[in-house]
Write a protein that binds this ligand. Sequence first.
Ligand code: ADP
Length: 363
Amino acid sequence: MSYVDFNGIHKQYENADFYSVTDFNLQIEKGEFIVFVGPSGCGKSTTLRMLAGLEEISKGELSIDGTVVNDVHPKDRDIAMVFQNYALYPHMTVADNISFGLKIAKMPKDEIAEKVKWAADVLGLTEYLKRKPKDLSGGQRQRVALGRAIVRNPKVFLMDEPLSNLDAKLRVSMRNEITKLHRDLDATTVYVTHDQVEAMTMADRIVVLKDGIIQQVGTPMDLYNKPQNLFVAGFIGAPQMNFFNVTLAGSELTFEDGTKIAVPEGITKQLGENKDVVLGIRPEHVSIDKVALDSFPNQVMSEEIINLERMGNENHVFMKVGSSDVILKVPSRMTEGLGDKLSFMVDINKCHFFNRETEQRIF
Ligand code: ADP
């Protein structure tokens, strides 16, 4: 039996004429790190809040560790939540903030002291225990919020955009700290973010949501390699996947601007009756190496560079093919510049094909 079980969960807010979350089904195993990701308003927080018991469930059944919790009070669900805004008590020291929940639960004093010492040690807060939150950096405050959660040793950790108030550099280091903490504690965690990089780097499994409906559940590499629809394909990966309307005739794909590339027989077979499709090419799945251009001349496209970003380690090249905006990642040693035509070989075996009407993956 799974540890957390969402079974046909729906949420309709009072006065709303639509479901904010529709038929949400997910089984989470003990110790898993699950990330809910999707754009603002897709239902991530609502789902998390239903798990926390802060929102009523309109329809469906939710269980934690074998117990149906639909009607269980938040404080009796044995969960700990970490928010974006830390929610620390400003007048209390770090030690008091961390131990507050344990005092309320009437844990013996010496046990509390031991727990606080352990959490401070794990989170690198030992020398700050006597400080107040205002005398800490954003990252340290977020660590105190984490400390308050871990001392309770809950069944499930819930984290709602915990890093979004931190600057970019700190976000990267806290991301590392949270994944390390997860490994050390093996704590079942549900983490909400709109940032696909956080999802990719932290999750055991990612749940992609759009308009309150699950689009795909899978490991980061499942989602990167086999996105089930155009939405997931565009959401996972940065810069995002390029999409082209193409038409297959014989063993050739024709782009909107008339460019043609050859496709191997394996691919035409898989496409079957699908002729007018959406082709997805990740920015990193092209090559400008002479060897590649010479070896696969039938898979080479040549387009004008309309913008160029030099990242140092690589270049991002912007182009337009028909109505599609295109970004390619190419080595920084490239010699072409703005306005020049750049030839690139499309790695056709790494391409993705989608049905134009249903937007679902063909393969
Ligand atoms: P996310 O966390 O992905 O940004 P939310 O779960 O906050 O999305 O919101 C999902 C949908 O539910 C949105 O359409 C939002 O406007 C709506 N919603 C959220 N909270 C409420 C509320 N208290 N009352 C009515 N509608 C709400």
